[in-house]
Design a protein around this ligand. Structure first.
Ligand SMILES: [Zn+2]
Length: 259
């Protein structure tokens, strides 16, 4: 298998997953009818718990496949930087250049249209773009229906295709949430969902020390590192500076997958 094929997680037969989910609920009802509530009720609760867990857990692949680490043989990690472009983007690009590092920027469509010059600069410096929805609906993403998801993903896909000359192949869910309707949309746009294996919760209130301690724990060859830019706490550039120092100390390179 080519290295590129191993990175491909575009959902196959995405409607089958929806069908199986519906069938599981019919199965629970049949069980309730045949075996009584003592069996039916726990089965119903367990199936709903599985749905909630899969929606909120970024690493769950029940609703939608995802890439959550790379081949460790390369002595490299994949830096992924979410939520831009932002006021941090120029400093981040300089920092990456200084370390000859490459990263994938999961940008938000509306922000890309507001600052196309930053997106062009990301590309000019040899980095890559990923789709991180059009409006970043943080609190509502998990409950969006098929039409709203299509809008969020397609509108950003159009923007980034226009700016880069080709469509992105990576998608990152907003706050890592997924639901049963995402897979068909990703399949339509030939997108692979990218999760992560190391993160420091740097999108919310934090100190660089806390973030680094969390990332350090999971930093190993093949890791997909989740970072953010433009957060209100203002530490994102400093956090990246320390991550770069940590990578250098461990002899790990920051490269794009397949590159
Ligand atoms: Zn985000």
């Amino acid at each position: 298998m080519s290295p590129d094929a191993t990175l491909n997680r575009v959902p196959r037969r995405p409607h089958l997953r929806l069908g199986l989910l519906a069938a599981s609920q019919v199965g629970v009802l049949l069980l309730w009818w045949q075996a009584g509530w003592e069996v039916g009720l726990p089965a119903l609760l367990a199936s709903h718990l599985a749905v909630v867990w899969s929606t909120l857990n970024p690493r769950s692949q029940l609703f939608c496949p995802a890439l959550s680490r790379l081949d460790p043989a390369g002595q490299a990690v994949w830096l992924t930087i979410d939520d831009g472009p932002s006021q941090d983007t120029p400093a981040i690009l300089d920092l990456l250049d200084a370390h000859q590092a490459k990263a994938t920027f999961f940008v938000v469509g509306q922000r890309a249209r507001a600052h196309p010059e930053l997106v062009r600069e990301i590309l000019r410096r040899g980095h890559e773009l990923g789709n991180h929805s059009d409006s970043h609906p943080q609190t509502a993403f998990w409950r969006l229906g098929p039409g709203q998801l299509e809008h969020e993903i397609a509108a950003n896909q159009r923007t980034l295709t226009e700016l880069a000359g080709r469509p992105p192949r990576w998608f990152r869910s907003v706050v890592g949430h997924t639901n049963p309707f995402i897979a068909p949309v990703l399949a339509r746009h030939r997108l692979t969902r990218v999760a992560w294996s190391a993160r420091g919760f740097d999108g919310v209130d934090c100190t660089p020390e806390q973030v680094l301690a969390r990332i350090e724990r999971d930093l190993r060859p093949g890791a997909i590192v989740l970072l953010h830019e433009g957060a209100r706490h203002g530490h994102n550039v400093e956090i990246l500076r320390r991550v770069m120092a940590l990578l250098a100390a461990r002899g790990l390179a920051a490269r794009l997958p397949g590159g």
